[in-house]
Design a protein around this ligand. Sequence first.
Ligand code: HEM
Length: 350
Amino acid sequence: MKALIITSPFIPWALGYPGLDHTIAKLQARHGSPLQSRSTELLGDLQDNNALTAVGSEIKAILQGASAVADGSTYTPPAALASAACTQSTLCIWSHIIGDLSTAFTDCTALARGAIRQGFHDAATWDRDSAYGGADGSLLLSDDELARPENRGLEDIAAQTKAWHGRYAGYNISMADLVQTAAVTATVSCPGGPRIRHFVGRKDDGRPGPTGKLPLPEQDAQTLIDLFAAKTFTADGLVALVGAHTVARQRFVDPGRYDAPQDSTPAVWDSAFYAQTLGGDNETGVLIFHSDWSISGHEATKERFGEFAGAGGMGVWGPAYAQAYFRMSLLGVGNLNYLTEITQALPLPR
Ligand code: HEM
């Protein structure tokens, strides 16, 4: 198909047709169009305009282009967690929990890095063909899922998250929310990390998530573009998401280089990952995954990869990551109209 005529990167006329939007995203990914942008596809129960609640409209607006970066509003819990005043407020309960999480994550600790990856691995078992899966807590609720080879390395953060879940079990919180709240709290706890708008109210599902949905470091860009397209991400969204490797260290890709980082500043959320992956120096300290290297050079992704790597890259990547991760944290969630926003309880960016 040579004549793919699309004149706007934001394709507004496709907004009313989520299926069409998805088809275009797939075509653009396959044909290496320079007109990539983020996905606007709706998720869960947001398709029916007549059933939209106020919170559903907010989430819909973000999925379709409003910024996912939080403003500077903060919240101080007015009462102790166990008090009647606090237990009646979702924001108050989560504010106490987030205080606990941030203590463990401040300055981008190993637990923070694990929490970011854990949030991704719980959510990304979902794609359009899945009858279940997604951000449902199953990664930690099912021993089978956690034991899968692709989840190696998550043991410490999984044990810590289960301990938090036990501590707050009396406050009616889901594991699914705890996993995603830990991911966004960890992101903003890394110096430079964006503060991503965040909602809770996800339902747990103890069934092990569908298999074969998570990416592998030996996969090529086209396989990864297709894998993420099935989860409603454009190729641009994929490029933004893999930037999380700015705070990564590997153990199992090359065990001989245990703990080797994916950029030279693994405790800082910066765009050095993009420049250093393009630089291709896999010998002196940094270990570049084949998957990241392949994405950096593919027709459909190299332009955006270069933009994030270049001068001013941080300014465009931060909001792009926030947008893409906001979407990730809602994959497979069927009750988006009934979530509660708790963004104000998140720490401010460092
Ligand atoms: C192209 C898709 C991706 C592939 C193939 C991939 C693969 C990997 C691998 C192999 C590791 C190292 C595991 C180990 O040996 O310890 C890793 C680490 C990590 N990944 Fe990814 N990943 C991908 C996308 C993502 C995304 C979308 C996120 C977050 C949104 C993410 C966040 C992380 C983080 C934070 C770490 C570091 C964990 C730690 O230091 O404990 N990755 N990834």
